[in-house]
Design a binder for this molecule. Structure first.
Ligand SMILES: CCNC(=O)[C@H]1O[C@@H](n2cnc3c(N)nc(I)nc32)[C@H](O)[C@@H]1O
Length: 248
């Protein structure tokens, strides 16, 4: 029987192009699995920038009192096999409608142009750059994860005075996604938290050394916000927080 949260789960079918796109991303970039982190950090960076710009004209979304940053946490399963990688930002966040629209449909114009160019290409670097340019980087999550959850909470505004944190969830082998209220409540304060349930062959991305090297390699220079790597993160308190990028 459906519990209280289940009845609120809205099941959507991906637009046909979305499924096709996701397959292209996964197939063409398989040899470049590691770019997923660059793409997620790039999206987080855009979300933080969007908050900062919006706040210039609307102080209610952010009064400058809480930090704008990106955190990366890895959580290994008890059995030491597999686990989750969590990439979170304190950016502008998304309403449930935005979760469904932004992650579940192809809002981007010219995507057919992308499909034409990417479908034929065998050059993973070129395709990788195309994917970033078309804002499709989120799909690269499925290079390393068989399940992705995106929890998001926008700031309270006059139009949306009491926002509820929601979760978008989708599996690699499934052409549907779900959006439902986060049973944890508004745990984010504001922003977006992406949980990647890593595939067995992607467990290297739970290792601090791998993550630290990847962040330095791909994103330390392209993010204008501090990136924190929580090492050996547990539910309680992170034992050690390494700031990867010197904040300005
Ligand atoms: C699946 C392709 N679409 C996206 O990645 C879009 O989802 C949204 N998105 C992805 N990661 C995000 C993130 N971390 N914060 C916010 I606000 N929006 C995000 C942006 O609108 C992206 O263009």
């Amino acid at each position: 029987d459906a519990g209280p949260v289940d009845t609120l789960k809205v099941k959507h079918n991906y637009q046909s192009d979305v499924s096709r796109l996701r397959k292209i991303v996964i197939n063409s970039l398989y040899s470049h699995q590691e770019i997923f982190l660059r793409e997620l950090i790039s999206n987080a960076n855009d979300a933080l920038e969007k908050l900062r710009l919006t706040a210039l004209t609307d102080k209610s979304v952010w009064d400058g009192s809480d930090p704008l940053n990106i955190t990366i946490k890895s959580m290994k399963n008890e059995d030491g096999k597999g686990g989750c990688l969590v990439v979170a930002d304190t950016g502008i966040g998304m309403t449930p409608e935005e979760l469904a629209t932004n992650l579940g449909t192809l809002a981007k114009s010219g995507t057919s142009d992308f499909l034409a160019r990417a479908e034929g290409s065998t050059d993973a670097t070129a395709t990788g750059n195309l994917i970033g340019a078309f804002g499709l980087g989120f799909y690269s999550s499925f290079l390393v994860a068989d399940r992705v959850e995106v929890a998001s909470l926008p700031p309270a505004t006059a139009k949306n005075p009491n926002p509820q944190q929601h979760v978008f969830t989708s599996s690699a082998d499934d052409s549907t996604f779900e959006v439902y209220p986060d049973p944890r409540g508004n745990t984010l304060g504001r922003g977006t938290e992406i949980t990647l349930h890593l595939k067995p062959d992607a467990s290297e991305y739970l290792e601090d050394a791998t993550l630290s090297a990847l962040v330095h390699k791909h994103s330390a220079f392209s993010s204008s916000f501090p990136i924190y790597l929580f090492e050996r993160w547990t539910e309680e308190v992170p034992e050690e927080i390494e700031e990867v990028t010197p904040s300005e």
